[in-house]
Design a protein around this ligand. Structure first.
Ligand code: SAH
Length: 288
């Protein structure tokens, strides 16, 4: 460590120090590594659970996705190592296999590893796959549930997902890529329920076409919620018929989700000016 420091190689010194610490931890047999699979909610740090916060403060290393805000990461121990394993547009994308192996390797050095995920770890978060790999490797795992984006967004927009008399069920679904062709569209288009689409901003035309083909009326209320619970949250309220034009004009940013159902009409559109602008610019461009 000293040799690296003297030669001005700070990164090398850090690395050497980490190695020494890890070795001594393992040698002391003081501690078996473990993984905390933590859901941190949709973005607002006030929506962290107490357990999430406690474990963030215990972890030696934090593996997080791109969308986990700094306001949450800054609740972790200040000296914890941070590894961004998220997909950033255009940049090198870590495969799930790489992340799985990194989790195992980090824990096997005796470290306490926080795997931090937006929302809930088991809702479209691939937390289930990570849990399985860690179990197979014999590594203890603590799973901390989080408020999934659909619930956070609905609460934030004032949309009661299962309002008595209007919605008897709520379905969380993703319509991305390969999965979308196997979706049960007739079921998703049936009345008296609410459907929350994750990871689907790019699929809006397809979703609308499928739902209408399977019987939902053009007047069916919908809400798009962009960056739910973030300071920049935007809520757009519309109908199925008008949604494609609205979405095209809105310049949607990630992450966004779509809520389809009678209850979407109850959305409180605080960002209504932005929404109106988007609608007008879409209509101005001759949208449907
Ligand atoms: N495990 C996460 C979901 C991961 S999939 C959870 O339980 O919430 C990522 C998708 O979640 C995004 O494409 C988007 O549809 C949705 N999402 C996550 N955070 C969001 C937010 N703050 N606002 C709106 N949608 C969000």
């Amino acid at each position: 460590v000293a040799a690296s420091l003297v030669s001005g190689n700070a990164a090398g010194a850090d690395e050497a120090m980490q190695r020494v610490l890890d070795q001594s931890r393992v040698a002391a047999g003081a501690q078996q590594g473990e993984v905390y699979l933590i859901g941190v909610g949709p973005g607002d740090p006030d929506l962290l659970t107490l357990r999430a916060q406690q474990l963030l403060q215990q972890a030696d290393v934090i593996l997080h996705d791109r969308l986990v805000p700094e306001a949450i990461l800054s609740r972790a121990r200040r000296d914890a190592e941070r590894i961004n394993v998220g997909k950033s547009p255009g940049a090198h994308e870590h495969t799930q296999e790489y992340i799985n192996q990194l989790l195992v390797k980090q824990a096997q050095t005796g470290r306490r590893v926080a795997r931090v995920k937006g929302g809930d770890p088991f809702i479209f978060g691939r937390g289930g796959e990570e849990l399985q790999v860690l179990r197979e490797a014999g590594i203890p795992v603590v799973v901390v549930p989080g408020i999934t984006a659909g619930l956070g967004a609905a609460a934030s927009a004032g949309i009661p997902l299962t309002l008595r008399g209007q919605s008897q069920a709520v379905t969380l679904v993703t319509a991305t890529g390969a999965n979308s062709s196997s979706l049960n569209w007739p079921a998703l288009a049936s009345p008296q329920q609410t459907v929350v689409f994750y990871m689907s901003a790019a699929q809006i035309d397809h979703i609308v076409a499928q739902l209408r083909t399977h019987g939902l009326p053009g007047a069916q209320p919908v809400a798009l919620i962009e960056r739910a619970t973030w300071p920049q949250e935007r809520i757009l309220k519309s109908t199925l018929a008008e949604l494609p034009a609205l979405a095209r004009g809105a310049g949607l940013l990630s992450p966004t989700l779509l809520i389809v159902g009678e209850v979407a009409a109850l959305a409180q559109v605080r960002g209504w000016i932005a929404g109106q602008d988007a609608l007008q610019s879409a209509q101005g461009k001759g949208g449907e």
